[in-house]
Design a binder for this molecule. Structure first.
Ligand SMILES: Nc1ncnc2c1ncn2[C@@H]1O[C@H](COP(=O)(O)OP(=O)(O)OP(=O)(O)O)[C@@H](O)[C@H]1O
Length: 309
């Protein structure tokens, strides 16, 4: 369990994290989402004591990271996969880590198998592909068999097979009862992986919701209808709290009525329907709208302020 209370981090006059309050629970995958510069990495660094909060606090299993006697057994983290690329072999890297924390050789072999690096464990980690480097980073994070696992952007730059592997691994770790906290700036990826979402922008909390609830609230209740008789159907449906628009000949986009209501009304009036389908807003679109005001860096063409200036 990770608990952030009034967590704030200033770098000079820059507020990277502002008054964050959230709880990351065991047994589920919690996605930590936000655009670039939202404060995700800073928050994760504070969770494992690499940065000290300016005010507030964050605890793992009830204690601040530095107060744990065996922190690697409490929380395993992969913050920057590239930081572990060395001249050492993957196995030696893990053995060195294990030796400094009193973890046995057997566990090193276990995590090598778990992340699928068996074939290449004796190769220099510096020669690893991005995907293999991510796997080694995850092996390091899991070395202490920690109750809490935290990964910063683990799917960044991976091929579809690597992405699927990480997705399944995260779900498996959660199913084992661990706390799994994973950051991303991709809503679509988190929708497939996470059970719960913590969304931040410009260092502040924007949403703290179950993924299913986010998807439901993001899905607009618009319905696409095609009919040979659009004007009669439009007149039939239009009313208070119902809006009907048409962008294509013979097609109506209706908000404020369900597919069932539209189908029944059309049938009662003897109007044929050729299509009747709910339209879901794209999750990526919903996420971008949610965080639009919190995006720190924008390209010139997409920045309203910069264009206006
Ligand atoms: N050591 C530092 N000194 C000064 N400013 C910093 C430092 N670390 C982070 N920041 C600033 O704090 C803000 C939050 O950065 P952070 O890296 O935590 O965001 P992020 O959500 O992880 O973004 P990204 O997805 O780009 O990694 C940014 O504006 C960043 O420039």
């Amino acid at each position: 369990m990770i608990e952030a209370r009034d967590l704030t981090k200033q770098y000079g006059d820059k507020t990277a994290v502002h008054d964050l309050n959230f709880t990351v629970r065991p047994g589920i995958v919690t996605g930590f989402l936000g655009p670039n510069g939202a404060g995700k990495s800073t928050t994760m660094r504070m969770i494992i004591g690499l940065d000290a909060p300016t005010s507030g606090r964050v605890t793992v299993n009830g204690r601040q990271y530095r107060d744990h006697r065996a922190p690697l057994r409490e929380v395993g983290a992969m913050l920057e996969a590239r930081a572990i690329h060395t001249g050492r072999s993957a196995r030696n890297h893990l053995l060195a880590m294990a030796a400094t924390t009193g973890i046995g050789r057997r566990r090193v072999d276990e995590v090598i198998d778990l992340v699928g690096l068996h074939e290449v464990a004796d190769r220099r980690a510096g020669q690893f592909s991005l995907g293999m480097g991510q796997r080694l980073g995850i092996a390091s994070a899991l070395l202490g068999d920690p109750a809490t696992v935290m990964l910063d952007e683990p799917v960044n730059g991976l091929d579809p097979e690597g992405i699927l592997w990480i997705r399944n691994l995260l779900k498996q770790l959660a199913a084992e009862g661990r706390t799994v906290f994973v950051s991303s700036h991709l809503m679509s990826e988190m929708a497939l992986t996470a059970d719960h979402l913590i969304v931040v922008g410009r260092g502040t909390l924007i949403r703290d919701v179950p993924v299913a609830e986010f998807i439901a609230s993001a899905s607009s209740n618009s319905v696409r209808v095609r009919t040979p008789d659009p004007s009669r159907l439009r007149a039939l449906l239009t009313g208070e709290a119902v809006s009907v628009s048409s962008s294509t000949e013979g097609q109506l986009d209706v908000t404020g009525l369900s597919t069932d209501e539209i189908g029944l009304r059309a049938a009662a009036a003897g109007i044929a329907l050729l299509e009747l389908s709910p339209v879901q807003a794209s999750l990526e679109q919903a996420f971008m709208e949610l965080t639009a005001d919190a995006v720190e860096y924008r390209t010139l063409s997409s920045s309203r302020e910069e264009v206006a200036a």
